[in-house]
Write a protein that binds this ligand. Sequence first.
Ligand code: SF4
Length: 422
Amino acid sequence: MHQLAESIETAGALAGVDVPEQEFVRLLGYPRGWVLKGRVRELADWARDWYTKHGKPWFYARQAESLEFERVAARGDTIRIDGVEFNSKRLRSTFEQAGAHGAVLVAVGAGPEAEEEARRRWSEEKPDEYFFLEMFASAVVEQLTTFAGARLCDWAEQRGMAVLPHSSPGYPDWDVAEQPQLLKLIRRTRIEQFPSRVDVFDSGMLNPKKTQLAVFGITRHRERLQKLTSLVPCESCSFGPCQYRRALYRRAPRTTAEPLPARSTVLDADARYTVNLKALQRWTEERLAMQPGSDGSIDITFRYDGTTCTNMGRPLAYIYNVKLGPREDQYPILEQRCSPAKDDTGHESMCKYLEDPDGLTATIESEKPLNGQRLNAVLEWRREPNAAGCYCDPLSRHHKWGLVLETIHYALLKMELSGEKI
Ligand code: SF4
């Protein structure tokens, strides 16, 4: 640690991070006091052991040289740290109310190892291991931020100052698009080396994603904190042994800016599909297209390529159109349609089509299984297996609708778990 007058810069790697059980349980989506048992217990212990053996957590913190917000009042919610402007209503108002005179820039990370292992588990069709390791790495990031804050509190209290609640790009009132400039600013180290490689995408997402950047204000006006609890970080600080605590810890909401996977995803994360995951992944990549609407709905197209069962197995192609309602409504299936692809002529060779072209076309278009139900319903839909490539038999048509809806479920669940957007 290097201290210049009332300044601080500290960095390093840690041998381990002691994640409290209740914080891990909270991130797994369970209520307060929940006791993990059975398979869930095994998975939680496995994730902790794996990270203890292979994880490489790190931290960096530096007091900024300068903080301005009074003289940039004309710019609304702007604050300027070391000459770099940021726009966060909450950060600025906290700084103003507490009379902050300085800011400490913090970066912490769980390292890339756990993410890579979790990805590997997912590709091996082990979604439970994926989820628990992802969650444990998220808990590590939260603990690192808590430790960084606690260390700053100790440093500040000994100098007659106090630390304010931290904020990060991606929090309410701070656009995640400002993440790149914050990373660039934090990387302007003084004496210490920045401990780990971190990249940032144009979207503001950090890579490795189990990384957090944060800004903590510091103030000499400790008396102001007694009047306003919103200026005190203790309510969301789980640091047990603290001797300066000013407010009771209330189980914190999630604090990392990255969109973490949640067990409480609106899609069933324990989905058991009738199709194997490799096929679902391939169809997601090759056959599925999704277009988000401005009202939260999603328009989806799936192309099915098959062959007729008679007439020498002629190739045919059908297009499935599905409209889903918003995620917050748990993806209700609003519209469904199945019709021959524009350039397809193979469907005209199906025996039922030869018998009654208009009748078969109308029947196919009229069938909308699970319409009005939520997408999760496909997991409960019991269908007779039917591998026929054609559309003559109702069972084969149901079978294909099942493949389509399972692929959509798989694609959306994967996005939810990985934090990707459509
Ligand atoms: S309990 Fe409050 S004073 Fe103590 S480390 Fe946490 S935030 Fe700082």
